[in-house]
Design a protein around this ligand. Structure first.
Ligand code: PMV
Length: 338
């Protein structure tokens, strides 16, 4: 058991997860996407060790549903080895001051479900380290380090995940050359989603790589699909601004059709989408990398009926809500239900 110094300063930080309303994968190829933060996220507590681990420190300790055990630069006793690479990056970036740190990671955001757990972890860790040392942190520095960590986790991320998680508001996002265009989208009316958890996906890195392979075989067709998704994103932005929720839902359904065409859906995803639509959801689609992960369903009531239906079918679920362009930060809510 690692012991913290009794006088230890502790810095706490939190970053939310996210869902993509439209444009996952297509965004990697320059299409517009829309994303928003959600009511579950990752907490980090940062302190230093009483007895420095001269060889192995610093330590990331994952607790709760995220991962168990301690990860150091030289050892990963449990949890994904990729965390070791992330830790190495942090040591290279911040050097000596990190030597005796212990970073305890906890939260309600299930990993590998397309809900932005790696970006949420990256942002919470960077914010925590800067807060712990009272270093000033501007958005550009935060984005730079978060992107570097996301690149370790994902290979070649579009950047949408860490951008929406840092901004904590509904955003439009488009990558042009190497620049990311980001703008806030102001909602006319609040949106309520039930998120059904399908199960872990095979990793965003793999999903993006395999899609690139398929695209090589059917270049024109794939580009046509990305163009279609781009049109959906543009229409959805207007529907969000005008408060036409039925239209937002319809566009989510069309988007799911395209994602299925891109081989990103699974029978379980289709099943959850069908349950959601049967129970009166305005629209339902997979979110994130696909091949598993989660389904988001836009509801116009309180969503209780749909939550019960997901649970009865054997799936965990959670609720999330977003108001105007802002997300209501309420750490007492959220978490998996069912
Ligand atoms: O499943 P997630 O949370 O890793 O979402 C990834 C979104 C993608 O569009 C598939 C990849 C990206 O970098 O934009």
């Amino acid at each position: 058991m690692l012991k913290l110094s009794p006088q230890a300063d502790i810095a706490f930080c939190y970053a939310p997860g996210k869902v993509i309303l439209v444009g996952e994968h297509a965004v990697v190829y320059g299409a517009q996407a829309i994303a928003m933060p959600i009511d579950v996220g990752i907490r980090v507590a940062i302190s230093h060790l009483e007895k420095p681990l001269l060889v192995e420190g610093p330590v990331i300790r994952g607790v709760g549903p995220l991962f168990m055990g301690d990860v150091t630069v030289s050892r990963s006793s449990a949890g994904p080895g990729i965390l070791k690479s992330a830790l190495s990056y942090l040591v290279d970036a911040f050097g000596e001051p990190l030597k005796n740190l212990v970073m305890v990671v906890d939260g309600t955001l299930p990993p590998g479900r397309g809900l932005g757990s790696s970006a949420s972890l990256s942002v919470a860790l960077i914010r925590g380290i800067f807060r712990y040392f009272s270093w000033p942190l501007d958005d550009n520095t935060l984005k730079k380090h978060a992107l570097a960590l996301e690149t370790i986790f994902h290979g070649s991320p579009s950047g949408i995940d860490h951008t929406v998680i840092i901004g904590e508001r509904v955003i439009g996002f488009k990558r042009q050359s190497n620049e990311a265009l980001v703008w806030p989208i102001k909602l006319k009316s609040p949106l309520k989603f039930v998120i059904g958890i399908v199960g872990p996906h095979d990793g965003t890195k793999n999903a993006v790589k395999e899609l690139a392979e398929r695209k090589k075989r059917h270049k024109e067709v794939y580009e046509g699909v990305f163009q279609g998704l781009n049109e959906i994103a543009k229409e959805m932005e207007l529907a969000l601004i005008d408060g036409h929720q039925a239209s937002v839902g319809e566009l989510m359904n069309i988007s799911q059709g395209y994602l299925n065409a891109l081989s990103l859906s699974t029978p379980e995803i289709e099943k959850l989408c069908a349950i959601a639509r049967e129970r009166g959801a305005l629209g339902a689609k997979l979110t994130g990398a696909g091949g598993g992960g989660a389904v988001i369903a836009l509801v116009d009531g309180n969503g209780a009926d749909l939550q019960n239906a997901f649970k009865a079918a054997g799936y965990q679920c959670l609720m999330t809500e977003v108001f105007d362009e802002r997300w209501r930060l309420d750490h007492s809510r959220g978490g998996l239900d069912g």
